[in-house]
Write a protein that binds this ligand. Structure first.
Ligand code: NAD
Length: 491
């Protein structure tokens, strides 16, 4: 049954401090991934004119915003953070309605975002320059960073609140103004993120948000010659496209892209801990973390015992709407995503991988109208298979076996991605060897691949990322340019 459109809210873009419809009045409906027939809201299908208006507003706001002291900018951003703290439940509910993840996962996302943003605000008030001893007497030689201007932030649907927070905060604290384009699968999260800043009194035009598709609003934003930097998180395919467009105008890009993250489990590992971490990293958020573990490479001798332990964890998951507190595995984010994942599963079967669990769209009570996929485990996966090479981005785990450490590392590294990796072992030498040899931007020893802290950078290598990474100290570096000055103060 479809929801009565009368009761469904129609949302607006936020441009120059005003909530505005699309210039041609067009809207797109968003559907709840846990109940596809339910429309959750209508969102502007932003036109070229809307995007231009957002960049106009950001451009107009830039001179005054950059002239503020960093402490004054920090005050605005801290007020938005305080509101975030007060509205965790409201924001979490919106994330769950649009993305499908469980309320607990959505709350976790908001809390993590607050911590990351807090760190970036503090980072903005320190570490922004250096004085170097000059070769000349009476000369002060120094460098500092200054903002770039209007920056574009293009966000994905899988962490629709945290990713804008991680990108917009360093941009804003450094003195830039921003146009945010959320994913069309999570438009309300992007608008709600923006609303927090609007309600905190951020000056009009400093942060703007336009909804719409990548090929529509996204391309319009990239095509605006006034954009000085593009921070993008999403698929490798779109990232490469964005890089090509940006290169033509020497616009800097920060690209956080797909992954195919391996976990290696050696013979001496704590199997209980490793299996629990593997199941969490594979199935939490329905496998839609960029740092999810999608491949586990297990020492042959312990493979049977390890896989049984992971299967037991997978069987214990309770599929359902993320709004139900009993649910531990929500739907994947939308019908297209469900189709992609099911197609990969079918291909895995065809290519000869052995299905050990799941493998179907879930059809139990209350699930039939949603994008639910059973937690799926494939055994006997060959490293050359499609499911071993491509990012599936769903609750699907592939198990490989390896005769020794070197073989395990070769399988782990044998993909084009390089985002996150992990190893479970009690052998310190093997652990350190893995840290050195694994081709990943972030590596974990006796910890799952989906873990990060705000004080350190976050970014992939190989086809998982390009440009200065987010977070830590580098978050602000991306959104600033270096300025060097030599100042002669006596002859
Ligand atoms: P996507 O590439 O389809 O879309 C990401 C964003 O780009 C969306 O806002 C989309 O509308 C926009 N977009 C699409 N085409 C565009 C175009 N031609 N021009 C401008 N914008 C365009 O990715 P997604 O499906 O939203 O997100 C899932 C992907 O994101 C996965 O590959 C995942 O691994 C990756 N991801 C990576 C990280 C990381 O930090 N490395 C974090 C989260 C997600």
């Amino acid at each position: 049954m479809s929801t009565n459109p009368e009761s469904v809210q129609t949302h607006r873009n936020y441009i120059g401090g005003e909530w505005r419809d699309a210039s041609d009045g067009s809207f797109d409906a968003h559907h709840n991934p846990a109940r596809i027939s339910e429309v959750t809201g209508h969102y502007p299908r932003s036109t070229n004119d809307d995007v231009r208006a957002a960049v106009d507003a950001a451009e107009a706001a830039y001179p005054a915003w950059r002239e503020l002291t960093v402490y004054a900018r920090a005050e605005y951003l801290k007020r938005a953070l305080a509101l975030m703290g007060e509205r965790i439940e409201r924001v979490a509910r919106i994330i769950t309605l649009e993305n499908g993840k469980t309320l607990a996962e959505s709350r976790g996302e908001v809390v993590a975002a607050i911590k990351e943003m807090e760190h970036q605000i503090h980072q903005g008030t320190r570490d922004l320059g250096e004085i170097a001893p000059s070769a000349l007497a009476g000369v002060l030689a120094y460098q500092y960073r200054r903002p770039l201007g209007v920056c574009a932030v293009i966000a994905p649907w899988n962490f629709p609140f945290n990713v804008p927070g991680r990108k917009c905060t360093p941009a804003l604290i450094a003195g830039n103004t921003v146009v945010l384009k959320p994913s069309s699968l999570t438009p309300n999260v992007g608008l709600e993120f923006t609303r927090l800043f609007a309600d905190a009194g951020l000056p009009p035009g400093v942060l703007n948000c336009v909804t719409g598709s990548g090929s529509g609003a996204g391309e319009s934003l990239l095509g605006d010659a006034r954009i000085k930097a593009v921070s993008f998180t999403g698929s490798t395919k779109v990232g490469i496209h964005i890089n090509q467009l940006a290169a033509g105008r020497l616009v800097r890009t920060q690209l956080e892209l797909g992954g195919k993250n391996p976990m290696v489990v050696l013979e001496d590992a704590d199997l209980g801990e490793a299996a629990a971490a593997c199941a969490t990293a594979a199935f939490a958020c329905a496998g839609q973390w960029c740092t999810s573990t999608s491949r586990v490479i297990v020492a042959k001798k312990i493979a049977g015992e390890f896989v049984e332990a992971v299967l037991a964890k997978a069987r214990a998951l309770k599929l359902g709407s993320g709004l139900d507190p009993a649910t531990t595995l929500g739907p994947v984010c939308g019908t297209q995503q469900m189709k992609n994942v099911l197609d990969f599963i079918e291909q895995g079967r065809r290519e000869g991988a052995r299905l050990l669990a799941g493998g179907r769209r879930a059809a139990g009570e209350g699930l039939g109208d949603g994008c639910f996929i059973e937690p799926t485990v494939f055994g006997e996966v060959d490293p050359g298979m499609t499911i071993a090479q491509e990012e599936i981005f769903g609750p699907v785990l592939s198990v490989f076996t390896a005769g020794d450490f070197d073989e395990a590392v070769a399988i782990a590294n044998g993909v084009r991605f390089g985002l996150a990796s992990s190893i479970y072992t009690r052998n310190l030498e093997q652990a350190m060897k893995f840290v050195e040899k694994t081709e990943a931007g972030l590596t974990h020893v006796n910890m799952m691949s989906a873990y990060k802290e705000p004080q350190l950078s976050f970014g992939g290598i190989k086809e998982s990322g390009s440009g200065i990474p987010e977070g830590g100290r580098t978050g602000i570096e991306f959104f600033t340019e270096h300025k060097v000055a030599y100042l002669k103060y006596r002859s």
